[in-house]
Design a protein around this ligand. Structure first.
Ligand SMILES: *Cc1c(COP(=O)(O)O)cnc(C)c1O
Length: 421
């Protein structure tokens, strides 16, 4: 469920007509709903209750500081994968003891900043990383709290580019080697073992791969405890999928996910951490774009939009589907027509949808890509010197620009012509 609904003939974000934002901000733009972000966060809190838990929003899915503040003010933790994301979380007012630091290639400098600033836990992914972290912590006179990310070798059955839990993926350490890795972690003077971490992939549409992984984590918890490690937190990662094609997809609900977590891990007395990104941010955002031209091609009609693959790369990168709807509500039973929906970028890959049945739209009309909140704005870029797409946040009946569209002056000023040229 989200808060993008037709009212009085026009698509609204909560109480604000998206057409009104378009008139004020220009297109394309991303728009996020505070109510939807809040609701999705709370769904996870309810799903995990009464287990002690921390829901850490995966910042990489949507990293605008205003959005982080919405979630941080509710008590959310944050999952960061770079020091840049760490600084975003802090800028949003999230205390260090609610931030977990994930990622396969943390540098010593990143470790230092997080240790000095305050951090709940590092999820470490290799032995060399463990040794580096121990060194850095020791040099600061600290001990770094860690969980080791284990790779449970389960098939997440998702898109290959976002599956992370098979042994051939670069992530984590093989679960079969966990005992020896934890033994070394316990010997390293700059580390304090606090838990186990696992994250098997993104946009999972079944519970079963999670359950397989979590059963392995439960077993490992008992083993490591018997070895003398104080395993008190289990970080289960993110990955729960969302329905991108609303007419025919129904991924598991947070409530069912929570019930499964309790069933598989509830008896261990651990604090549960989860790192959902997409499920919190995905349906909390839309990308609004204007039709520049309708071009009648050979046997197909193209809808040429002012949004492109640089603004929303998911269709080009992951063959992803986004529902596309007009901002003006089509009358019930009004005709539709297949369109190839494309952007202006000079690549055939700049195609959002092929043969998509859409209501009849014309030049100048506005459309919205649904479920664009996650991995949308964060993956945008200025390819073709298209200004970075702005972001807008709505709450109730007001909106604010939370990242402005840069001017061409600002864009050109970033390039430097050397003196000797
Ligand atoms: C990407 C990522 C997440 C979030 O994944 P979603 O599918 O957006 O929920 C969580 N944890 C880690 C370690 C990640 O890399």
């Amino acid at each position: 469920m989200d808060h993008f609904i037709y009212r009085n003939g026009g698509l609204h974000a909560e109480g604000v007509p998206l057409a009104e934002i378009a008139a004020s901000v220009g297109t394309p733009f991303y728009c996020y709903s505070t109510a939807t972000l809040t609701r999705h966060y709370q769904l996870f809190k309810e799903a995990l209750s009464p287990l002690p838990n921390l829901v850490c929003f995966a910042i990489k899915s949507l990293s605008n500081v205003a959005v982080l503040k919405v979630l941080g003010d509710l008590g959310a933790g944050m999952d960061v994968v770079s020091v840049g994301e760490y600084l975003r979380a802090r800028a949003a007012g999230v205390p260090g003891d609610r931030i977990v630091f994930s990622g396969v290639g943390k540098t010593r400098e990143e470790m230092r900043v997080a240790l000095e600033g305050g951090i709940r836990q590092f999820n470490v992914e290799s032995e060399p990383e463990m040794r580096a972290l121990s060194d850095v912590a020791q040099s600061l006179g600290l001990r770094a709290p860690i969980a080791v990310r284990v790779n449970p070798d389960v098939d997440a059955r998702t898109h290959a580019k976002i599956a992370t839990g098979k042994s051939e993926n670069k992530f984590g350490i093989p679960i079969a080697r966990a005992r020896e890795v934890y033994a070394e972690a316990a010997r390293l003077p700059g580390l304090e073992v606090v838990g186990i971490d696992v994250h098997i992939g993104s946009q999972l549409v079944e519970l079963e791969p999670f359950e397989q992984a979590f059963r392995k984590v439960a077993e490992l918890t008992e083993t490591l405890r018997a070895d003398g490690h104080d395993i008190r937190r289990l970080d289960l990662g993110g990955g729960l999928g969302i329905p991108y094609a609303r007419s025919n997809e129904a991924p598991p609900l947070p409530l069912d996910y929570g019930a499964m977590v309790k069933r598989t891990l509830g008896h261990l007395g651990c604090e549960i951490e989860i790192e959902p990104g997409r499920l919190i941010s995905g349906n909390s955002g839309v990308l609004v774009s204007r039709v520049i031209y309708v071009k009648n091609g050979e046997g197909r009609d193209f809808l040429i939009l002012d949004a492109a693959m640089n603004d929303l790369v998911r269709p080009a990168m992951y063959d992803a589907h986004h529902d596309i709807i007009p901002l003006a509500e089509p009358a019930a039973g009004s005709p539709t027509q297949p369109f190839d929906v494309v952007g202006p970028v000079c690549e055939t890959g700049d195609t959002f949808a092929k043969g998509r049945e859409l209501p009849l739209v014309a030049e100048g009309d506005l459309v919205a890509f649904r479920s664009a909140g996650a991995y949308g704005a964060v993956m945008s870029n200025e390819y073709n010197t298209r200004p970075l797409v702005p972001e807008v946040l709505v709450r109730d009946d007001h909106f604010a620009v939370i990242r402005a569209r840069p001017s061409y002056d600002e864009i050109l000023k970033r390039d430097i012509i050397p003196e000797w040229l």
